[in-house]
Design a protein around this ligand. Structure first.
Ligand SMILES: *Cc1c(COP(=O)(O)O)cnc(C)c1O
Ligand SMILES: [Zn+2]
Length: 434
């Protein structure tokens, strides 16, 4: 393969590797990232913004995708013929009076990544990761997952003839909807009696021993696809830069991707300044928050306790160093929120007509906290990244309104009203409400 624009580089020692070298870490043990020669890109494509604009409204793959619209910035060396796209992206950026009032933030935008094909942002990483796997000729792909990575990987592997997806799931720690996704898309599904961190260690060992391509977010190519969340948001805002991006943090790949994409966008002149970043965690699993409190001098590892935000129940985030770098480069902050706060915030978005998952509830609760502290000002423009759809956690949504969650009582409960199938009873129920 002749690499034109990109190579892999270690984030600690800087050592370079070719992009067809199948490796997830540097020889020194640290993380790798894909680096693009931005000068060469700018030279080859002097009209990047116009290119991205010209692809809007197109229906043909791959450029109709909200990831591959930015092909030159995602994986410029990947041939179009290798791309596996559903397509993905093109998610709504919600902005309404109702939402602004609910979250006491005038210029509020919610980027709803739950509107991707498998209902989470993981599709953006997987279209890049599975495409790269196909490009490399890998026929087996694997990941450990808190539910959404496995759903996305299974769905993208299912599109490629001869490709097998293998998922490592923590037994009974993901939602039934997420489990249904992995098995119905045909992945070999291993339910393992451990937590996510245990699954992560196992899958990394297995991929080192078998010719299986690892598609966790320590795979740098996935991160490239996830950058498109930020790029697409900027394009939807007419390339105006918001003051803040607020995003939930688990394994810390997504906030790293957001930061990387924004830095590249500025280096290429697509934008002229940087926003600030706010990473939010659930208190039950808050190692990144704890690291932030030490100025990232320490890298705490915790045993992640149960949380409704099960997709970010991670005690030892793989991408913490990349994420820490992003938080520092963007004058960022990290906050944490309680179970009751994240469910309350989820309930508020749901009630305003935007169905969100509890992990997105973490980001929304973080916004409320940062607004209350005054860290985020009233007039500032804020984009909150919603990471998955509420439909992936429907039991939780019902239990919340039934008042069945011990540590999160709804402030506006709306349980179903039981009525017998008699007209006068139905009318009585309506009239009672007024
Ligand atoms: C994966 C995931 C996250 C966390 O993203 P990281 O890159 O692991 O920090 C948040 N929310 C949902 C719904 C997810 O699936
Ligand atoms: Zn290194």
């Amino acid at each position: 393969m002749t690499t034109t624009f990109s190579h892999l580089a270690c984030i600690a020692c800087g050592r370079r590797y070719e992009t067809d070298d199948i490796r997830y870490r540097c020889d020194c043990g640290d993380l790798l990232e894909v680096r693009h020669d931005l000068e060469a890109l700018a030279h080859a494509y002097p009209d990047l913004k116009a290119r991205f604009e010209s692809r809007l409204g197109k229906f043909e793959k791959p450029y109709c995708s909200g990831v591959w619209r930015y092909h030159e910035l995602i994986l410029p060396d990947l041939p179009v013929a290798a791309i596996v796209s559903k397509p993905e992206g093109n998610t709504n950026l919600y902005h309404s009076e109702r939402l602004s009032r609910a979250f006491n933030t005038r210029n509020l935008y919610l980027k709803h990544e739950g509107e991707n094909p498998t209902l989470s942002f993981k599709d953006r990483g997987m279209t890049a990761g599975v495409s790269w796997a196909r490009h490399l000729g890998m026929t087996r792909v694997a990941c450990a997952s808190t539910g959404d990575t496995s759903a996305a990987m299974a769905a993208y592997a299912a599109e490629v003839d001869g490709m097998r997806g293998i998922v490592f799931l923590p037994h009974e720690k993901i939602s039934p909807e997420q489990l249904a996704q992995a098995i119905s898309y045909g992945a070999l599904t291993l339910a393992i009696e451990t937590d996510f961190d245990g699954c992560m260690r196992l899958v990394a060992e297995v991929c080192a021993r078998r010719p299986i391509y690892l598609l966790n977010s320590m795979n740098s190519f996935r991160i490239e696809g996830q950058k498109a969340i930020g790029l697409e948001t900027l394009q939807q805002l007419g390339w105006r830069v918001p003051d803040w991006f607020v995003i939930p943090v688990g394994n810390a790949g997504n906030i790293s991707a957001l930061g990387k994409g924004l830095l590249e966008a500025r280096a290429l002149g697509l934008i002229d300044r940087l926003p600030r970043l706010a990473g939010i965690q659930a208190r039950a699993a808050d190692p990144f928050y704890r690291g932030f409190l030490t100025g990232f001098k320490q890298r705490p590892v915790v045993e992640a306790a149960p949380t409704y935000a099960s997709a970010i129940r991670i005690g030892d985030p793989v991408s913490r160093d990349k994420a820490a770098r992003a938080v520092l480069a963007f004058d960022g902050v990290v906050e944490e929120v309680e179970e009751a706060e994240l469910m309350e915030a989820k309930g508020m978005a749901d009630r305003a007509g935007v169905s969100v998952c509890p992990n997105s509830g973490v980001a929304l609760a973080g916004l409320r906290k940062l607004r209350a502290q005054g860290t985020i000002g009233d007039a500032e423009t804020v984009v909150v990244i919603l990471t998955a759809h509420g439909a992936k956690f429907s039991r939780l949504g019902v239990d919340y309104h039934l008042g069945a969650l011990a540590d999160a009582q709804p402030s506006a409960p709306n349980p179903p009203v039981r009525v017998r199938p008699l007209l006068d009873q139905v009318l009585a129920a309506l009239d009672k409400e007024g």
